[in-house]
Design a binder for this molecule. Structure first.
Ligand code: 13P
Length: 341
């Protein structure tokens, strides 16, 4: 009865579908709720996520899987239905963020090492039992004067590779996420610097995945796009698409079934435009789609504002973003479709 990793991975990047990253940690979702003046409690987090997961049209048509935080994986909707059941009923797959965060790296000022390997084998077994069929681990690489260092790239890459091996042992598809930050401080690097660092990171990660005996056909890569820092944004949509595809082609084996980007602080429209430009203009061996957090949720969070009477408005906003990104995953997003809505 156990599903093959390869089949789950292919389903995660099915044509016109992508992932909803709703795995904000308790600290991160508090920041998001602060922006709408809402207190973060177990109940408000439940209500917000229930609004998203019960957006039936969006979930059925555009969302192949949802990345959850541990609290949500085991949480129930207001009427007592487990969230995992709601997600599965929409034909979507439940996934789980399993790292315990990027912590300051000893001996490497300004850099972080993502932690969470210690009891991961046991946690994966319990997540599998709860219905999770894929997982996520995010390593974070910052660009600044003299950064990143080889030491931090290598340490983060090895942690990602062993995490991926443990996932596959547990029957869970690993999303391997090495994020080169666009919105880290100082955020003034240009697109060429991002290309250089992203290529270095991805080469290292795929070497380490090989050394760790990870089955590339049973994983998904979640990279940043190649883009200039948030305080120096000037690259065009075409440049971002061209540079991103170039770096991916140089580093990602075609055995990998799919690449699902993070949005990383891009505006919602930018995230759709960039993805669409890649799919419209380049032939690639992998499916290229979205695994967006902010770029799928920002407008829904605002429209909802923490009020039960706005649930329908929040769901409309979420469905619109999901539809725009679904079009982008097929290379057919257009700016006028945003205005029309
Ligand atoms: P953003 O799309 O908001 O960057 O979040 C995606 C994610 O899961 C980061 O780990």
């Amino acid at each position: 009865m156990s599903e093959r990793l390869e089949d789950i991975a292919v389903k995660m990047v099915a044509n016109g579908k992508g992932l909803l990253a709703a795995d904000e940690s308790t600290a991160t979702i508090k920041k998001r709720f602060d922006s709408i003046g809402l207190e973060s409690t177990e109940t408000s987090r439940r209500d917000y996520r229930e609004m998203l997961f019960r957006s039936d049209d969006a979930m059925k048509k555009y969302i192949s899987g949802v990345i959850l935080y541990e609290e949500t994986l085991f949480q129930k909707a207001a009427d007592g239905t487990p969230f995992v059941d709601i997600i599965q009923a929409a034909g979507s797959i439940a996934g789980i963020k399993v790292d315990t965060g990027a912590k300051p790296m000893a001996g490497f000022p300004g850099e972080t090492l993502t932690e969470g390997l210690d009891d991961l084998r046991e946690r994966l077994a319990s997540y599998y039992k709860a219905g999770a069929r894929f997982a996520k681990w995010r390593g974070v690489i910052a660009i600044a004067d003299g950064l990143p260092t080889w030491g931090s790239i290598k340490a983060n890459s090895q942690a990602l590779a062993y995490y991926a091996a443990l996932c596959q042992e547990a029957g869970i598809v690993p999303i391997v996420e090495p994020e080169v930050l666009m919105d880290g401080a100082p955020g003034t690097h240009d697109i060429a610097k991002c290309a250089e660092v992203t290529e270095w990171v991805l080469r290292t990660v795929f070497n380490d995945l090989y050394d760790a005996r990870v089955n590339l056909e049973g994983m998904i890569l979640k990279p940043n796009m190649v883009i200039d820092g948030k305080n120096a944004r000037k690259a065009s949509v075409e440049q971002v698409a061209e540079q991103t595809v170039k770096v991916l082609k140089a580093t990602v084996p075609s055995a990998v079934p799919g690449i699902a980007f993070l949005s990383g602080g891009q505006s919602t429209e930018e995230a759709s435009a960039h993805l669409s430009a890649m799919n419209a203009n380049y032939d690639m061996p992998w499916a290229l789609t979205y695994s967006y957090g902010r770029a799928l949720q920002d407008s829904a969070l605002k429209a909802w504002g923490g009020r039960s009477e706005n649930v329908a408005a929040g769901q409309r906003a979420f469905t619109h973003r999901a539809e725009m990104n679904s079009l982008a995953a097929k290379g057919s997003w257009k700016k006028d479709l945003e205005k029309a809505a």
